[in-house]
Structure formats: C-alpha cells, structure tokens
Design a protein around this ligand. Structure first.
Ligand SMILES: Nc1ncnc2c1ncn2[C@@H]1O[C@H](COP(=O)(O)OP(=O)(O)OP(=O)(O)O)[C@@H](O)[C@H]1O
Length: 256
C-alpha cells in the first residue's frame, strides 16, 4: 500500500451485465496530485468515478480510499464531487450563490436546520476560494456558465475535502472562462493543498494544465507525469489503438 495514496485502484474489472467496461484498471492518486483522466466517449470514465465513490462494486479488484477499502469507507466529507450536469440552472432558478453553496453542508447540519456561525464562515471561505464573494447574494441562474461552475466547486469545497473530483467541468464553458477556470484549479492545488481529479474526453486542453495524466479506454494505456505525456503524445496513441510509427522501415525513410 502506497502511504501517500488517497485513492488506489487495484486490477479493477467491471461489466454492466454481460457488457465488459473496465478490465485490469490500476491507478493511484497521491496527495497533492492534479490528475487528469482522459478517454473517448464510452471509455468507462463515469463508471470509474462511480466505482471510486462506491456507487458501483467492482466484479474483481479493490478500491481503497484514504487507506481503507471503499466498502468500509465512511468519511465522505474528505471527497468533494462536481458532476458533469452541475451547471444547468435556468435563469429563473430561485437560489442565491450563498444558498447553493450551503447545500454542500446539509450532510453535516441536516436539511433546514439552522446554520451556525461556524457553518456560515465555511460558506464564506468556500465562496472566497473560488473568487465569487462579490456574487454571494446573486441568483445562480443569472450567472454565466463559468461563474456557475465556480459556485458548484464552492459547494463541493464547503466541507473542506482533501480530494476534489470534477467530471467534465469545462463542457459548455467558453474558452476565456476555461483558462481562468484552470487558473482556479491550479490555485486550489498549489495554495489550498487540494488533490484534484479531473475527468475529460478532451485530450487536448486538459493535459496542458494537469500534473499527471491517465489515459483510459477500458483499461489504462498511460499513467504518468504530464511532461512525459507531452513528450510521447505524438508518437503513441494513448487510447490503445495501433501505435503510429514514425519510421517506415520497409522504405528506409524517416518521416516526422
Ligand atoms: N447503467 C448502464 N448500463 C449498461 N451499460 C452502461 C451503463 N452506463 C454506462 N454503460 C456503458 O458502459 C460504457 C462506458 O460508459 P461510461 O459512461 O462509463 O463512459 P464515459 O467514458 O464516461 O463516456 P462519456 O465520455 O460519453 O460520458 C459505455 O459503453 C456505456 O454505454
């Protein structure tokens, strides 16, 4: 067991009925990592997250969270999760940023119970961490997609988790907001000590911003530092198809 591992997957096999989805997936997320998992549509990314959150059980293999088997793990406050469909509020949605972020505490304080001063401070801190303090009492539905995304991150951060999981967080967010969004994640990782796991089907943008990359297509085809990924990405197909050769030996000619 790796003592720095917040998450460890060992030889995971998973199928939906007879449909095999994941085979022999092993993956480690260490404290301080900013890991991106990339894979094409249908490659098993969401399934992997569900296994990690103990919403599904592997057919074979083990998932451990903070050194404990996921089936026994119950400290869910240590993990924050922002789902793919988080930012779909219509402009009429009647909740302020403060209220949406406070929802992240209901597991702790119980729905409709009074928020204590300590809880209010936790909400202010989370909103500040994502740079949305000026919008605290604005209606969530009136914010831009990028701003809404920040609010959902604050909701996931409010219980002060050590690991934050974000599923396709930049879908529907414009290019300028995507850049500042990665700036926010970098800040959370380096200045607030958050370990981050980012899921995306976009192999381009995300791999430039994370520290480590894992390529998933039913199994892991690459798992390493993003610098190593950048070096190799033109030579290898990380989704497990045929490797692109740089030289055609039968012609004796090298191609770039
Ligand atoms: N509940 C389910 N029952 C049966 N098959 C499923 C179920 N959920 C997903 N699948 C199948 O499992 C495979 C992996 O799906 P999954 O949602 O994990 O992929 P993904 O990488 O997250 O895809 P996307 O990028 O499109 O969201 C797909 O072939 C999908 O059709």
């Amino acid at each position: 067991m790796n003592s720095d591992a917040l998450v460890q997957l060992n030889n995971i096999v998973f199928s939906y009925g007879k449909r095999p989805v994941l085979s022999n997936v092993s993956l480690v997320i260490e404290k301080g990592d900013f890991l991106g998992i990339v894979g094409p549509n249908g490659s098993g990314k969401s399934t992997l997250i569900k296994l990690l959150l103990n919403l599904l059980e592997p057919v074979e293999g083990q998932v451990s969270l903070f050194g404990q088997s996921s089936s026994k793990f119950n400290q869910w406050d240590r993990i924050g999760y922002v789902s793919q469909k988080a930012n779909s509020f219509s402009s009429g949605f009647p909740a302020t940023v403060y209220e949406v972020v406070s929802m992240g505490l209901y597991g702790k304080v119980g729905l409709f119970r009074f928020l204590r001063k300590r809880h209010k401070e936790m909400i202010f801190r989370a909103v500040e961490q994502v740079g949305m303090t000026d919008y605290l009492y604005e209606n969530i539905g009136e914010l831009s997609g990028g701003q809404q995304q920040r609010v959902f991150i604050a909701r996931a951060l409010v219980s002060n988790p050590e690991l934050l999981i974000l599923d396709e967080p930049t879908v529907g967010v414009d290019a300028k907001s995507v850049e500042s969004f990665y700036g926010l994640l970098h800040d959370l990782n380096t200045n607030h000590g958050k370990t981050l796991l980012l899921i995306s089907h976009d192999i381009g943008a995300m791999t430039d911003h994370v520290n480590k990359v894992a390529c998933l297509n039913k199994t892991i085809h690459f798992h390493g530092y993003s610098s190593e990924f950048a070096e190799k990405k033109d030579k290898l197909d990380f989704y497990g198809h045929d490797v692109h050769l740089l030289t055609h030996s039968h012609e004796g000619v090298a191609h770039d």
